[in-house]
Write a protein that binds this ligand. Structure first.
Ligand SMILES: CC(C)(COP(=O)(O)OP(=O)(O)OC[C@H]1O[C@@H](n2cnc3c(N)ncnc32)[C@H](O)[C@@H]1OP(=O)(O)O)[C@@H](O)C(=O)NCCC(=O)NCCS
Length: 192
């Protein structure tokens, strides 16, 4: 699928209602990052697991967090990334993050990444937010054919999350070399 208007295609006004209909119950609400989230972002960036498995700026301080949040809308408008907070529906606190990036219109594909705040793990937050974002990415307005997750074999919790959210290992023709260090898992449109 060719997206004829990239800015509108990932425009945010329609996201929250559509995501909340994505069949994940009341576990999380996906919303944009706000300046008031900077402290939570710094805390997440300080977590050893998040540092190990995701890209964290250096220094990962309050100034960097505010700058990253301030750049949120520009990254969206320039179609570089759509990073969303998975917030608690009851009090809006940051439970985690899920984001799309590396949009590839020729392949109708994008990459997905995620983390859950250390104190919020083990109760389904990541599964809910990844499933919601994936369902939304396959639906209108983006209508992606493929969403790709890069999950290291040494990260079993994330493998569980990816599988539960419908991701399956990318089949490679036998004998082909890996192009990235970590295995790729894909969610295909129409697969369940
Ligand atoms: C991976 C991560 C996102 C999981 O978040 P979460 O909100 O705790 O995930 P969920 O609760 O939805 O599901 C995790 C599942 O993995 C399971 N799990 C956790 N550690 C595990 C392990 N070492 N081996 C096998 N399963 C494990 C959990 O028990 C849970 O399954 P359960 O519901 O049957 O108990 C979180 O640990 C994290 O942010 N890690 C650091 C960042 C990261 O790895 N990001 C992804 C990069 S690809």
């Amino acid at each position: 699928m060719v997206i004829d208007d990239p800015v509108r295609a990932i425009g945010l006004p329609g996201i929250d209602p559509e995501l909340s209909e994505a069949g994940v119950g009341r576990m999380v609400v996906l919303r944009p990052w706000r300046d008031g989230d900077a402290g939570d972002l710094v805390a997440a960036w300080a977590d050893p697991e998040i540092r190990r498995w995701t890209a964290v700026p250096e220094p990962a301080d309050l100034k960097a967090a505010r700058r990253w949040i301030a750049g949120w809308d520009e990254r969206r408008r320039r179609r570089l990334a759509l990073d969303l907070v998975a917030a608690d529906p009851a009090d809006d606190r940051v439970l985690g993050e899920v984001g799309l990036s590396s949009f590839d219109d020729d392949r109708s594909a994008a990459r997905i990444g995620w983390w859950t705040a250390p104190g919020e793990r083990g109760r389904g937050v990541a599964t809910a937010m990844v499933a919601a974002m994936t369902a939304w990415a396959h639906a209108r307005p983006l209508g992606l054919q493929a969403v790709v997750a890069e999950v290291d074999e040494a990260n079993p919790a994330s493998l569980v999350v990816a599988h539960r959210a419908g991701y399956r290992p990318l089949e490679r023709p036998s004998g082909t070399a890996r192009v990235t260090a970590a295995p790729l898992l894909v969610s295909w449109a129409g697969a369940s």
